[in-house]
Design a protein around this ligand. Sequence first.
Ligand code: C2E
Ligand code: CA
Ligand code: CA
Ligand code: CA
Length: 278
Amino acid sequence: AKEAGKNQYRFYSEAAQSKSLERMTMESSLRRAVERKQFFLHFQAKLDLKTRKITGVEALLRWQHPELGLISPTKFIGLAEETGLIIPISRWVLHTACMQNMAWQKAGLPPLCMAVNISARQFEDQHFLDDISSALKVSGMPAHLLELELTESMVILQPERAIGILKELKQLGVRLAIDDFGTGYSSLAQLKNYPIDTLKVDRSFIQDIPNNEDDKTMTRAIISMGKSLGLTVVAEGVETQEQQTFLRENACDETQGFYFSRPVESAGIEALLRSHRA
Ligand code: C2E
Ligand code: CA
Ligand code: CA
Ligand code: CA
């Protein structure tokens, strides 16, 4: 038994060692990825359920690793936050997303709202506001076409500081969204004090509709409370026609999900907009 215990210990410590080696390797390749331009963006369309028009897109980060291939942001955003690399990466995302939106407009597409995900570390960064203004200035994109997707925890943890920043962002003219709503600790009652424009209902509420009655009840409640606070309500992760119908019948403003469109590269958005008839 003692031998087995020892072996187990060695097994765990080797596993831990290889984990930290993996982490170090990841960190240095993430560092290089910024310099070597291995990032690109995918865009996922948002559909207005009433007008059936595409209102905008969300920019989603992708990493094309030379050996490992395409890496999902869920695999590297955490490490990017811990190492601070999220700051230069996010600057690149903002800049690229705004430039792309203007390129679409120059190509004759209707004006689209560009949503960009903001990380907690970025929100805390002292240059955050400057980064936003500079992306708008350099790209020439009107501020009202930029929507920043924040999470509940970012704004709830330090409410005073957060409200100050949100107000300054509103002064710039950008739109503010609460992403993954319903998964954090905030309530709509708290959110009424925040100058936000959009509520994105988390996919976890949507995925078991129409089978799960509780999820249907929750989703209806979030939509109606969100709308009574004057917010645009968007449901994310809509994968089926039934889900889309449920949301339309319950007056959800917009949907986003694989049912209407997967995230695609920029040319895919151009094609989608040109072929989509409202
Ligand atoms: P998120 O902001 O909640 O983005 C939605 C995620 O759900 C995306 O995953 C999208 O591809 C996926 N999705 C969209 N529709 C459906 C659907 O119908 N079904 C399912 N199962 N999934 C759907 P993705 O692109 O892998 O991004 C994951 C997360 O990584 C994002 O979650 C966001 O938190 C983060 N992220 C992505 N891009 C950025 C970025 O530029 N900056 C920061 N800070 N975070 C980012
Ligand atoms: Ca998002
Ligand atoms: Ca989300
Ligand atoms: Ca989500």
